[in-house]
Design a protein around this ligand. Structure first.
Ligand code: SF4
Length: 282
């Protein structure tokens, strides 16, 4: 067995087998990215769709995803490539692209308003080696690198990516250990530690998806926004928070979409503590 040290799960992986996330494999006594360079999605998106509201607004970014995820959010919007049966099929069918070829593609989108590359759609941290290798090349060509992540990784992974990433949107999915552990299969402590470190070196915005009956109390939003208000970006600015609306999807179909009024009300509460609060999917 070989241990993976990327996230709190610390999977013990038998030779030739995959870890819990489906993106890492044990080979010859070490654990490496099985999904290295294997892409399932590629699109030129507005930067606001990441979402990033205060990082090159109005620009676009070439967005790339692979397969696998280390969380188990039952409402995943990208379940086809994250942790469903379909996602497992991508382990066999995903196309491979080199960091050099992806950088070339990103350069070719510059004349369509693109500022660089976003590593998104599935969880990029489980394949962080590809992010590092590509982002390094992209940076050398003057491109920007963005990561859209659940923030579920050890700080050593963040440290390895730090020089190459210009901005991140990190999910802060709720503010209770119960929700992170029982509903998402995650670790709130690991995400909070990741966010605290990330804000010190690059532009960071956070996203909270409001799920009815799970994380939609005013009390929880008050506590979450108070915690966020203590963070500062490298330029001294506050961290923006995106509050977005849940829609029933994948394995969470037992409740309706979040009421728009509820999202607006929680945004108002967050504004008691924060300067930059945005609503999404409303
Ligand atoms: S990154 Fe994947 S393989 Fe590594 S510890 Fe986390 S879930 Fe397990």
């Amino acid at each position: 067995m070989t241990e993976c040290s990327v996230c709190f799960r610390h999977c013990q992986i038998a030779e030739g087998r995959l870890g819990f996330c489906g993106g890492r494999i044990a080979r010859e006594g070490r654990v490496e990215a099985f999904n290295y360079g294997r892409i399932t999605s590629l699109a030129l998106d507005p930067i606001e769709k990441k979402p990033l509201a205060r990082f090159f607004p109005g620009s676009r970014i070439l967005s790339v995803g692979s397969f696998g995820c280390n969380l188990r959010c039952p409402f995943c919007q990208n379940y086809e490539i994250s942790w469903s049966e379909q996602a497992k099929r991508f382990a066999k069918t995903a196309e491979t692209i080199s960091p050099e070829a992806l950088t070339e593609l990103a350069l070719a989108t510059r004349d369509r308003g693109s500022i660089g590359l976003a590593f998104t759609y599935n969880e990029p941290l489980i394949g962080w080696e590809f992010v590092r290798d590509t982002a390094r090349l992209a940076q050398a060509e003057g491109l920007k690198n963005v990561m859209v992540t659940n923030g579920t990784a050890e700080l050593s992974v963040l440290e390895a990516l730090r020089p190459w990433i210009d901005a991140m949107n990190i999910d802060l999915k709720g503010f209770t250990d119960r929700y992170y552990q029982k509903v998402l299969g995650g670790s709130r402590d690991q995400v909070l530690a990741f966010i605290e470190e990330a804000v010190k070196t690059c532009h960071v915005e956070l996203t909270t998806l409001i799920v009815p009956g799970e994380n939609d109390s005013e009390e929880e939003m008050r506590a979450l926004s108070r915690w966020v208000s203590r963070l500062r970006q490298p330029d001294g600015e506050e961290v923006p928070l995106h509050i977005s609306r849940f829609f029933p999807r994948f394995r969470m179909q037992d409740r309706g979409a979040t009421k728009v009024d509820a999202v607006y009300r929680l945004a108002e509460i967050a504004r008691e503590n924060l300067r930059y609060v945005y609503t999404g999917n409303c």
